[in-house]
Design a protein around this ligand. Structure first.
Ligand code: SF4
Length: 445
């Protein structure tokens, strides 16, 4: 039986699988199938459809076409591979839409016509089973899924006792990817305290952690295959992991030539609670990870009214306290000139009870952070995407999005001009800033 995985990429509150990141879904599925699996990206399919699988040369003056940039080694044979495929597994789903610098995730309405006429079993899996949306400020994408023989999240949502084996076998899909990827590593799923109104994570997973040795062995396997860029990003809070510090120490000693070792999501409350252990986890992250590392704080709003109405996980005072702690321990610069470990702040527009005061509160706290000489590695701002089953869908829906939409450009611009850009100058050394600045200017225009 010939199986083919089409990776349309995934982006969730806890886990990124949009290039340059390689997500967990296609890897675990490949390991589970335990046979020769073809791995294709949506970019392979677009190139096949648009240009008959021929890569056009990009002149220096031209922009790179990021819709067909992330090709696998199989890109020239897409038609043949799909014709010979017995089972086609489509991995897809964006729950936290952002702007991507080097890839464009696939949508349901894009992939369905592409695969409709193939005479094989078709399965849809990944976050899209709960809905998908590439743009903030909208409801999830409506699509006719009847082309799929099966639509299932559970089918490939493996128990961690199985992931132990599948994650190791699944590392082999790296051989079908010619360029460097940041390997997104899963340590756990589910959220222990959050009930955030917009979030799909509690709908998908109960709280569970992988064994430390399993995570380590997967990283070592990738390392043996030449991978040097890793992010421990697939969990809702790295600090909640029972063995966070020990894992980092072990990775450091087993994989000495890692070029990037970063973490992702962090609940600010847990950073403050780490005080009880003399900030053991923060210190381990600073010691064993590489510089430029970000603790993504899902603050979402500094307005207490919004925090309460959406049962967000962090009041502004705690977020501010956590920002100070990470600056104290992680602000030191590494050999590349970047601070070792800083907070990043996520802000969401369109949550329940959002008002003009919300923007004033956001500016108040962000200005305080800036004026006190503290550093933020980045500020992500997005409009909420609304998914069925979340508390926001059940109560409020897009009421506040519609009410305040006309203000978002100004709110966003205020944060960018008054906080983000001056902060960038503070955080990034001059020699690196030119490159980043150019990207940001293009990005936020
Ligand atoms: S803290 Fe909130 S946004 Fe983060 S995973 Fe938990 S419920 Fe979701």
């Amino acid at each position: 039986m010939t199986c083919t995985i089409i990776d349309c990429y995934t982006d969730e509150p806890a886990g990124l699988g949009v290039p340059p990141y390689l997500g967990t879904y296609p890897r675990y599925i490949a390991g589970y199938l335990n046979e020769d699996v073809n791995y294709l990206t949506i970019d392979d399919l677009r190139l096949w459809k648009k240009h008959n699988s021929v890569v056009k040369e990009t002149k220096l003056s031209q922009k790179t076409d990021i819709t067909t940039y992330n090709l696998t080694v199989n890109y020239r044979n897409v038609g043949k591979i799909l014709n010979e495929t017995d089972t086609l597994i489509v991995v897809l789903g964006v729950h936290v839409p952002g702007k991507y610098l080097s890839a464009v995730p696939g949508t349901l309405n894009e992939i369905i016509p592409m695969i409709r006429n193939f005479n094989c079993k078709k399965i849809l899996t990944g976050p899209a089973v709960f809905g998908t949306q590439l743009f903030g400020g909208r409801f999830y994408e409506k699509a006719d899924l009847s082309v799929f023989d099966k639509v299932s999240y559970d089918m490939f949502n493996f128990l961690y006792k199985d992931v132990k084996e599948y994650s190791l076998k699944g590392t082999s899909i790296l051989k079908q990817i010619p360029d460097h990827r940041m390997i997104e590593i899963e340590t756990g799923h589910g959220c222990d305290i959050g009930k955030c109104s917009f979030c799909t994570e509690p709908l998908k997973n109960k709280v569970e952690f992988r064994e430390k040795e399993d995570v380590l062995n997967e990283i070592i396997e990738f390392y043996k295959l030449g991978a040097r860029f890793f992010r421990l990003g697939k969990q809702t809070c790295f600090y909640t992991l029972p063995y966070a510090g020990k894992l980092l120490k072990d990775i450091h000693s087993h994989c000495p030539e890692i070029k990037i070792l970063h973490i992702d999501n962090v609940n600010p409350v847990k950073v403050v609670l780490d005080k009880k252990n003399d900030f053991e986890i923060t210190k381990a992250i600073v010691k064993y990870c590489t510089s430029g590392n970000i603790a993504a704080f899902g603050v979402e709003s500094f307005d207490l009214e919004v925090v309460k109405a959406n049962t967000l996980n962090t009041p502004p005072t705690i977020a501010y306290e956590a920002v100070k702690i990470l600056n104290k321990y992680g602000g030191e610069r590494g050999s590349d000139g970047m601070p070792k470990f800083l907070p990043g702040i996520n802000i969401i527009f369109g949550l329940r009870n959002e008002s003009k005061q919300t923007h004033l509160e956001n500016m108040k706290w962000l200005s305080r952070i800036y004026e006190e000489g503290l550093m933020l590695r980045r500020i992500n701002i997005r409009q909420v995407a609304i998914f069925e089953g979340t508390s926001l869908f059940n109560e409020g829906k897009d009421k506040f999005l519609r009410k305040n939409k006309k203000l978002y450009w100004k709110w966003r611009n205020d944060i960018r001009q008054k906080i983000d850009w001056p902060m960038l100058q503070r955080v990034v050394p001059g020699r690196l800033r030119g490159r980043l600045w150019g990207k940001l200017v293009k990005f936020f225009k």
